[in-house]
Ligand binder design. Structure first.
Ligand code: HEM
Length: 384
């Protein structure tokens, strides 16, 4: 286990070719062996180029208004109800993930994809025993059905010969071509990478804002100012990409929540050869775990680390000390989308709603991401 910024940089960046990513066997089979997480070298570089093409700011800009509709509908459906925040945020982030993958086609396939994916994910951390009745077996069947739905979508798109600026479009447009199986593995992989991570962070933000009224007020003021600015100019009451770049306080709240919660506490690598680091030998085949949470909670790097204090991000953190999206060759290509969807939801949440937390909320559970106890039950009320 490594917990210094220098050692994490060594494993994830400088000598990344000596450390391959590894996952539990069941997860590898369920996501698909050809998914980006498990790959290295040329195939990884090719996938990364295709994934990044769909998630760079230039590409996701066009989705702002669709993401906004999804956020508004989600919040409206929760009005006045006692909800489990994490569950509801998962629905929101699932719908946004599908939008980024299938563009406006998303609505057509949402229910079928949801039904299969929800069965599949139950088996992610199961024992990989493939006999009828096991969780693993049910998940593998759901995976097969999911791949069939994807094959149908791909063949419909091939017939129409239209150009699409979403992730599936990027995968299908590659000249060297990905096979249908490779596309399926990576689409399932992106849903996996995009959904629970972003939903956990949103859940933590809602908790942190609920516990820090002055910070909530500052975020609300910032978001209301954006709304009022539009009213004054007679502009449409919808968010634009430019608006999301005018939210410094909200951005710092997101950064500080990513630090405090460190939902991906660490990542797994495996040494592919004997490696020496500062006089220590890491034998070939040994697992190496860069501990993001320890770095983010080090008092030398972030003084008073347990305190939720977004103002600490008024100063840019030193290199390799803040890695909520990882570092190096496998770092998160979806980070811009994650931040965008969080901001859009926070805009509507803080300007139109208040919420109160229900029950005791001091515990943490891991599923496997760190989460407030019981997924943070809250009651959501529309402001009058
Ligand atoms: C706040 C939410 C998110 C967090 C905290 C997060 C965090 C991370 C981290 C730490 C890694 C690196 C893992 C490693 O090095 O082993 C990663 C990889 C990845 N993430 Fe994210 N992620 C988030 C949202 C997303 C979204 C929204 C997408 C897609 C739209 C996404 C797609 C991916 C993919 C495809 C990889 C693998 C990249 C590769 O292996 O080259 N993530 N993420």
């Amino acid at each position: 286990m490594i917990s210094s910024p220098e050692a994490a940089k060594f494993v994830l960046v400088t000598k990344s070719h000596l450390f391959k990513p590894t996952f539990p066997a069941s997860k590898e089979r369920m996501l698909g062996k050809q998914a980006i997480f498990f790959s290295q070298g040329q195939y990884h570089a090719k996938l990364r180029k295709l994934v990044l093409r769909a998630f760079v700011p230039e590409a996701i800009k066009s989705f702002v208004s669709n993401i906004e509709s999804i956020a508004k509908d989600s919040l409206q459906s929760l009005e006045g109800r006692l909800i489990t925040t994490f569950q509801e945020m998962k629905t929101y982030t699932f719908n946004v993930a599908l939008l980024s993958i299938f563009g406006e086609d998303e609505v057509k396939y949402r229910e079928d994809l949801k039904r299969c994916y929800y069965i599949l994910e139950k088996g992610y951390n199961s024992m990989p025993i493939n006999i009828p009745g096991t969780l693993f077996n049910k998940s593998m069947k759901a995976r097969k059905e999911l791949a069939q739905i994807l094959a149908k979508i791909i063949s419909t798109r091939r017939e129409t010969k239209q150009e699409y600026n979403d992730l599936l479009g990027s995968f299908m447009g590659d000249k060297e071509g990905l096979t249908d199986e490779q596309i399926a593995d990576n689409i399932i992989g992106v849903i996996f990478a995009a959904r629970d991570t972003t939903a956990s962070v949103l859940t933590w933000i809602i908790k942190c804002l609920g516990e820090n009224p002055s910070v909530l007020q500052a975020v609300t003021d910032e978001q209301e100012a954006i709304m009022k600015g539009k009213e004054k100019c007679g502009e449409e009451q919808t968010l634009s990409w430019a608006d999301t770049k005018q939210m410094p306080i909200t951005s710092r709240v997101i950064q500080e929540t990513l630090r405090v919660a460190s939902i991906l506490s660490f990542t797994f690598r495996e040494a592919v050869a004997d490696v020496e680091y500062e006089g220590y030998l890491i034998p070939k085949g040994w697992k190496v775990l860069p501990l993001f949470r320890n770095i983010h909670h080090s008092p030398e790097i972030f003084p008073d680390p347990e305190k939720f204090d977004p103002s600490r991000f008024e100063v840019v953190p030193k290199p390799n000390t803040f890695m909520p999206f990882g570092n190096g060759t496998h770092s998160c290509p979806g980070n811009e989308l994650a931040k965008l969807e969080i901001m859009v939801l926070l805009h509507h949440l803080t300007t139109k709603y208040r919420w109160s937390m229900v029950g005791t909320n001091s515990g943490i559970q891991y599923g496997p991401f760190a989460l407030p106890q019981n997924g943070l039950p809250i009651r959501l009320i529309r402001k009058s």
